[in-house]
Design a protein around this ligand. Structure first.
Ligand code: C2E
Ligand code: CA
Ligand code: CA
Length: 419
């Protein structure tokens, strides 16, 4: 029997008690956060029983693998927390995580379907990662997010904040001196139409003099947290549109997708600023697509919805990025002012191996088309996936198999060679 905890707060209280007594014995304590991925979608697609069968499988694996003194709780519909007290060292925590991953990668029978549960596990240990329950939970939670991006289904927390230890002022300086770059990645049409312009997604790059390349999601988050998002967004729009304008002048126009942090939509006068910039660079609005993540949108649907609506009315494209990861239901899509949906890489990456991921991609394509939206599949890393997507009626594909993000000049040259 799993104990169901009413909330994460309840878990944290319980964890703190365990930590307090563990501290007295100078032992290592392991915390695992297990998340069953796509539980909602599985339930929606294969029925409620299928979703619950996945949860049962996790529960059985936990009962089989864990020791008497370990505890586990279901913290929300798709999340479990496991506490491993009194361990000798971190290696013992790793052993438990590896064992769970192995047990959970066996396919399950649910009615006439066979499904492989996709469970990500994030691992943190006390006292190494933190002595208090809240910090420890945050570390395990973040590691769980990271586990979703790799081959392995479990990941140890490794403090990324320390690895990218820069001052917010350094970002401000880099922006002011335009020391950031905007790379371009090809967005390939799968059923090209005559006269259709090539298209690229602009991805920001920052080569820090001391720390090397800092991932954009890291410095974009810092920009959001330190009031620099307006400045940063102006920079991306300006550089992106300038690149598009120069190419058009050179006789090779292209369309460009630019990422927006949800914070940018809250900057007063944002829509007008975008329209002004399009005018300044003489780029037709239909050549610009603004991408906003599903999870960002969900934090403030009403306000961001209004801003996006005005952008759409001005003829600018709006894409929902990382679709499938932000818990917007398919039904929600209808009310969002977007004309494009970008299927998150995690679904695309698993398509060949996992029939469930394939069916999910299929239903996302169908629903979008029903709503008059076009679809981009992200993270296409091999030819077989590309062909499968084409056969499924997906409109565009993006990924390393087609091209990595490249400095603008290289991306345009690669395009010229392709055509
Ligand atoms: P995103 O918008 O989902 O961008 C796609 C990410 O996937 C990029 O990572 C791209 O390099 C990577 N990618 C593309 N194809 C493949 C593939 O086949 N396999 C794999 N494994 N990865 C692929 P990148 O450039 O590190 O950007 C990460 C995130 O940072 C972006 O995710 C976006 O959310 C944010 N970001 C990047 N540039 C900007 C920007 O100018 N403004 C804002 N607001 N956010 C940005
Ligand atoms: Ca994007
Ligand atoms: Ca994306």
């Amino acid at each position: 029997m799993t104990r169901r905890l009413p909330s994460r707060t309840a878990l944290i209280a319980l964890l703190q008690d365990t930590l307090d007594s563990a501290g007295a014995h100078h032992a290592t304590l392991g915390l695992l956060v297990l998340r069953v991925r796509r539980l909602l979608e599985t339930g929606r697609l294969l029925g409620y029983d299928a979703g619950e069968a996945l949860v049962d499988a996790v529960q059985t694996a936990l009962e089989d693998v864990l020791r008497e003194e370990d505890g586990f709780w279901r913290v929300s519909d798709d999340e479990f927390a496991v506490v491993l007290p009194g361990l000798r060292n971190r290696e013992h925590v790793a052993l438990a995580a590896a064992k769970l991953t192995r047990t959970l990668s066996q396919p399950l029978r649910v009615g006439e379907h066979s499904v492989v549960p996709l469970v990500n596990i994030g691992v943190a240990t006390a006292p190494d990662d933190g002595g208090d329950a809240r910090t420890l939970y945050r570390c395990a939670d973040q590691a769980c997010d990271d586990a979703g991006t790799g081959e392995e289904r479990h990941a140890f927390f490794s403090a990324p904040a320390h690895a990218y230890d820069f001052e917010p002022g350094e970002l401000a300086d880099a922006l002011a001196a335009s020391r950031l770059q905007l790379h371009l990645q090809c967005v390939l049409p799968l059923a090209p139409i005559a006269g259709q312009l090539p298209r690229y997604e602009a991805l920001a790059r920052w080569q820090h003099p001391r720390l090397g390349a800092i991932p954009p999601d890291v410095f974009v988050r810092v920009a959001e947290q330190t009031g620099q998002i307006a400045e940063f967004t102006r920079w991306t729009l300006n550089v992106g549109l300038r690149q598009a304008a120069e190419a058009a002048r050179g006789g090779a126009p292209f369309a460009i997708s630019i990422n927006l942090a949800v914070e940018a939509l809250r900057v007063p006068g944002f829509t007008e600023q975008v329209i002004d910039l399009l005018g300044f660079w003489n780029v037709p609005p239909a050549r610009l697509v603004l991408e906003i993540t599903e999870s960002g949108l969900m934090t403030d649907v009403e306000r961001s919805g209004e801003a996006l609506m005005r952008l759409r009315e001005a003829g600018i494209g709006v894409a929902i990025d990382d679709f499938g990861t932000g818990y917007a239901s398919m039904a929600y899509l209808r009310s969002l002012p977007a004309n494009e949906l970008k299927i998150d890489q995690s679904f695309v990456r698993d398509m060949l191996a996992d029939p469930r991921a394939r069916r999910l991609v299929g239903s996302m394509i169908d629903v979008s088309h029903h709503l008059g939206m076009s679809v981009v599949a992200e993270g296409v890393e091999d030819g077989a996936t590309l062909e499968l997507l084409r056969a499924m009626g997906c409109d565009h594909a993006q990924g390393y198999h087609i091209s990595r993000p490249l400095p603008a000049a290289d991306a345009l040259r690669a395009q010229a060679e392709r055509t």
